[in-house]
Design a protein around this ligand. Structure first.
Ligand SMILES: C[S@@+](CC[C@H](N)C(=O)[O-])C[C@H]1O[C@@H](n2cnc3c(N)ncnc32)[C@H](O)[C@@H]1O
Length: 270
């Protein structure tokens, strides 16, 4: 089988209970267009009697079934239970447009507007697993899209910084994540090629759009021992999901994990 890419109420979501420092509150409209920075505020989460929960649990069962079937020397057949638990908690339906809400828990990518997609749940689970997230980690995501991957990471690590090149998506995701109470996620509307140096180095970086190569500035923002997961390959073709690992001596190891198909990593045109 070849995968296709692409709450509990009234509590702050994510591992971090403290909101991000005040400098990240609100929308900081920066002077240059793409540098508008949206930070996420704490707010009530989804209802206790969430009617989507059974579908969400079924989605995670399906992810486990797919993981057990996918073959490849570096593909995990069992995913970290903490990752699966996070995906049982994140209300994916609340992060997709109303028009596709009923399909939110199907194991496939869905359109989120502006020609972009929210990735297939199995792929989100796999990429999160490959990052080996730990509670104290600080992670960077390139390609916020709907905010779903950021929310899954926010359940597992201390802080998530996420960059999105389409300003409208960045703004929407920041608002949705705030509405769900993810106080430990900050979203910035910008081209992520150069990363977000101010908050690095990072324990993990996840890139959710297909790049022609591994951006050197992102490798430079990984901590020693840090991991990056990134689809690499030509646009509109099958790409390779790559795991990039750094050691303390400046050595970088790359490993091809799985063929995938992602929307293109675009550069500074918006
Ligand atoms: C597959 S979608 C993202 C899925 C997202 N992680 C989610 O959970 O919904 C890829 C996203 O990467 C964004 N993107 C593409 N190139 C980018 C770049 N250079 N910097 C930041 N975002 C980029 C696209 O606009 C798109 O929203």
């Amino acid at each position: 089988m070849r995968p296709e890419p692409e709450a509990e109420p009234g509590r702050d979501r994510g591992t971090r209970r403290e909101p991000l420092p005040p400098t990240w509150y609100g929308v900081r409209a920066a002077a240059c267009g793409l540098a508008a920075i949206m930070a996420v505020l704490s707010a009530p989460a989804v209802a206790a009697d969430d009617p989507f929960r059974p579908a969400r649990l079924e989605m995670v069962d399906q992810i486990e079934r797919i993981a057990s079937l996918v073959r490849g020397p570096a593909v995990p057949t069992e995913l970290d239970p903490r990752v699966l638990e996070a995906m049982r908690d994140v209300p994916r339906h609340a992060l997709v447009p109303q028009a596709v809400r009923d399909a939110a828990y199907e194991d496939r990518p869905l359109p989120i507007g502006y020609g972009q997609t929210i990735s297939q749940p199995y792929i989100v689970a796999l990429m999160t697993d490959l990052l080996a997230p730990e509670p104290g980690d600080v992670m960077l995501e390139i390609g916020t899209g709907s905010g779903y991957q950021a929310a899954v990471l926010a359940e597992l690590v201390d802080r998530v910084y996420s960059m999105e090149i389409v300003p409208e998506l960045a703004e929407r995701a920041a608002g949705d994540l705030a509405g769900l109470g993810y106080a430990n996620v900050a979203v910035r509307a910008a081209d992520g090629y150069h990363g977000w140096q101010e908050h690095g180095p990072y324990d993990g970086i996840v890139v959710t759009a297909a790049a022609s190569h591994i951006p050197p500035p992102l490798v430079a923002q990984l901590k020693p021992g840090g991991r990056m997961v990134i689809p690499v390959g030509a646009t509109f073709m099958v790409q390779q999901l790559m795991l990039v690992e750094t050691d303390g001596d400046g050595m970088v190891r790359t490993e091809a994990i799985l063929p995938v198909r992602f929307v293109p990593f675009t550069r500074g045109s918006r």
